[in-house]
Design a protein around this ligand. Sequence first.
Ligand SMILES: Nc1nc2c(ncn2[C@@H]2O[C@H](COP(=O)(O)OP(=O)(O)OP(=O)(O)O)[C@@H](O)[C@H]2O)c(=O)[nH]1
Length: 318
Amino acid sequence: MIEVRTQDMTAELGVTVVAGFLGAGKTTLVNHLLQHADGRRLGVMVNDFGALNIDEALVDERRDDLITLSNGCVCCSLQGELSASIESMIKRRGGQLDHLLIECSGVSDPERVVNVLHYPRIRARARLEAVITLVDAALDHADLSPALRHLVASQVDNADLVVINKVDLVDEQDIARLEQAVLLPGSRHVRTTQAALPADFVFWPASSEAPTFRRVRSAPSPTTSIEALGLETLSWKREGAVDMNALSALLHDMPRQILRFKGVVRLDDGRVLALQRAAGRLTSRELEHWTTDESQLVFIGEDSPSLWEWLTQRLDRL
Ligand SMILES: Nc1nc2c(ncn2[C@@H]2O[C@H](COP(=O)(O)OP(=O)(O)OP(=O)(O)O)[C@@H](O)[C@H]2O)c(=O)[nH]1
């Protein structure tokens, strides 16, 4: 059943919820929008899946207007924390911000965030403009468990705009097949590389031109807790540098049941690298603004004791 929710057009702060499965390109989109804000003052709220806030390092700008929530899926335990954080950001910074971006964790259903945005206290000050869901064109969705395929379907179904990202990694036929498999008939969608969505798909010139309603499905997926999705996370940190050879070997041997990995690591020579693996692809880049002495790694993957035992043993060698 489709429900139409009218938005409160007197509320000042426009809000965009950015959703999508693990590694689909949500942080890349947030960074792209920060770079193309064109003078707009943006607040950013990111929600990571592990106990560490690696996304805080991956959002390009260190800023007062960045709030990070860790360990989660915004769906259940974090819902209270999310509403408190949104309220506090509006109270503290609301008058100085033009727009708020909320990046969901890759294992959450955006509809749960939408529910929080409809709490009367928040709705009076903030206006949900759209849910944008990214889909990773390079991920073989058929390989995911039924629970994870259901989650991706829910993320897509609850979007106002679907961004099929990483089209540089696949051919036209694969993209067409993916669109056929995941999109609902009539879904608004665009294709991107590096989540380079034109900013005017997100920011409206004036609140009077923002959409006055959004279409939502009435039934978000029943649960998106990490355990219920058959997943497990492992977070690891240590003061100081890691043994890069041992880490390279670990990343090279990492089984595909580990769906996503992110890390910020300090090297012996003082450099700090952001490392990531999504859909089997490893990327790294140097972080110039990151000053911590800590190295931090976060993994999420299938709940299989032997997998985590293997990983723990390899982490002991770093
Ligand atoms: N080749 C290619 N890589 C991309 C593209 N977009 C993002 N990436 C890479 O994909 C990886 C994951 O991107 P993120 O933006 O961190 O994904 P995310 O959705 O925020 O990930 P989680 O928050 O962990 O769920 C990073 O290494 C990006 O550099 C793209 O269009 N093409």
